[in-house]
Design a binder for this molecule. Structure first.
Ligand code: PLP
Length: 443
């Protein structure tokens, strides 16, 4: 027994040996399709030669210098490249080390912006949604809306949450024909209840990830959200930690709703698992408020903006652009979604198959007609993940929401370099795993 304090202390873990493209190999010599890219991270697949070369070159030069004194060519080039790819006017990159640090930074930046802009401000609350995940630090967990909050509730900030854009189980009892996008209008209700003078920002994932299995909001959702934010002088924080950098078929997912946010949080796919990195991409006006105000954004993390991670991210983003990876994500994503709808949806326990680009999800239910979920205690999402593992497929399971009432699902989010042939291999293995799972339901 080793002395590692694992996240799930009673679970058996696979021991990874090496990775190549979309595959991972364990130390016993077994091969797996990394069908969730870790946690929607390894977007370029494993052992990408260009990224490895850039990493080695930068490590030989200098791996670390602290942002309190030093800048570096890699962070400057990375900031310029990301600014060129981000929606117009989002052109300032604040670097941190991961997704939770990015959303935490956005929380403070939103608050700080109003203080800097107005001299004094009562605006500090961040509104978010149920069935969302924004990170595990106390600030980011306060914005998160799922079961991960449960044990820590007394420690969390008192931030309001609104209804999710969850069409499969519409919180307003509507269907496609009767939908009036009440889930977006719910933001206005919450703003009025809290008082707009106390609300600094609204944060949302464009396509929901870890807490909900790839729910995609209505086509008008973010336009309505943007209008409400503008009307009440509230910043829109777009959490693209999972969806960004090509995952949903565009460099930044929210662009597909025709909306420009005030900040984008990024991490995961930006350095594609080769080195920890996160960022807030902020509007020029936000940067200017700090520049013309106190001159400092008081929020630093030791590893934020280290040259090694920046050089890695620069190589990753250049490869994403050069190889038109977002386009592959869209094309193969559409193909995989169609295949999953044709081959997985017919299973009696499959309630919904959904997603965008290569951020796909499957929700499983006890009763397809009534959408009755499996009891959370049965741990069906994990059981299904284990059945898929036996077929050499690794997915990202999630069970239950904030009140533990429903939502067995898993995310399918393979590296964005996946080919059509590999997608076929993945579908065949999933069908075999689903058959095995079906035989054992109830045992
Ligand atoms: N935000 C979103 C949308 C995420 O999906 C995640 C992680 O899954 C985070 C934030 C937190 O990122 P990290 O795990 O790097 O702290």
């Amino acid at each position: 027994m080793s002395n590692v304090f694992y996240r799930a202390v009673n679970k058996e873990y696979l021991e990874v040996d090496y990775g190549e493209g979309i595959y991972l190999y364990d130390t016993a010599g077994n091969k797996y399709i990394d069908a969730c890219a870790g946690a929607a991270v390894a977007n370029l697949g494993h052992a990408h030669p260009g990224v490895l070369a850039a990493m080695a070159e930068q490590a030989r030069k200098v791996a670390f210098s602290h942002l309190s004194r030093w800048t570096s060519k890699p962070i400057q080039e990375l900031a310029d490249l990301v600014a060129a790819l981000a929606p117009a006017s989002l052109n300032k990159l604040y670097l941190v080390s991961g997704g939770s640090e990015a959303t935490e930074a956005a929380l403070k930046m939103a608050r700080g912006y109003f203080v800097e802009r107005d001299g004094q401000s009562a605006k500090y609350r961040i509104i978010s949604r149920w069935k969302s995940f924004h990170g595990n630090t106390i600030g980011s967990l306060s914005m998160t809306g799922d079961k991960r909050r449960k044990q820590y509730t007394p420690l969390l900030l008192n931030f309001p949450h609104i209804a999710p854009a969850y069409c499969y189980r519409c919180p307003f009892g509507k269907c496609q024909e009767t939908c009036q996008v009440d889930c977006a209008l719910d933001l206005e209700r919450a703003v009025k209840m809290e008082g707009a003078e106390s609300v600094a920002a609204f944060i949302a994932e464009p396509v929901g990830g870890a807490a909900c299995g790839a729910i995609v909001p209505h086509k008008d959702y973010f336009k309505i959200i943007r209008q409400i934010c503008d009307h009440y002088d509230i910043l829109l924080i777009d959490d693209e930690v999972m969806a960004g950098f090509g995952r949903t078929g565009s460099m930044f997912s929210i662009a597909d709703w025709g909306v420009v946010p005030d900040m984008i949080c990024a991490a995961k796919g930006m350095s594609a698992g080769y080195s920890p990195l996160g960022a807030v991409i902020a509007r020029q006006e936000i940067y200017d408020a700090f520049k013309q105000g106190s001159g400092v954004f008081v929020h630093g993390h030791t590893y934020g903006g280290n040259p090694l991670s920046a050089a890695v991210a620069l190589a990753v983003v250049k490869a994403l652009v050069a190889d038109n990876i977002a386009e592959n994500s869209r094309t193969i994503g559409d193909y995989l979604l169609a295949q999953m709808q044709a081959k997985l949806l017919p299973f009696a326990f499959v309630g919904d198959v959904r997603g965008k680009g290569l951020l796909l999800g499957v929700e499983i239910v006890r009763d397809k007609k009534t959408k009755e979920p499996f009891p959370v205690a049965m741990g069906m999402a994990e059981k299904l993940a284990v059945a898929l593992l036996r077929q050499g497929v690794i997915v990202y399971p999630g069970t239950g929401n904030a009140d533990g009432e429903n939502g067995d699902q898993f995310l399918l989010a393979p590296p964005l370099i996946i080919t059509k042939e590999q997608a076929d291999e993945l579908i065949a293995a999933m069908v075999a795993g689903f058959r095995e799972f079906e035989k054992n339901i109830g045992q």
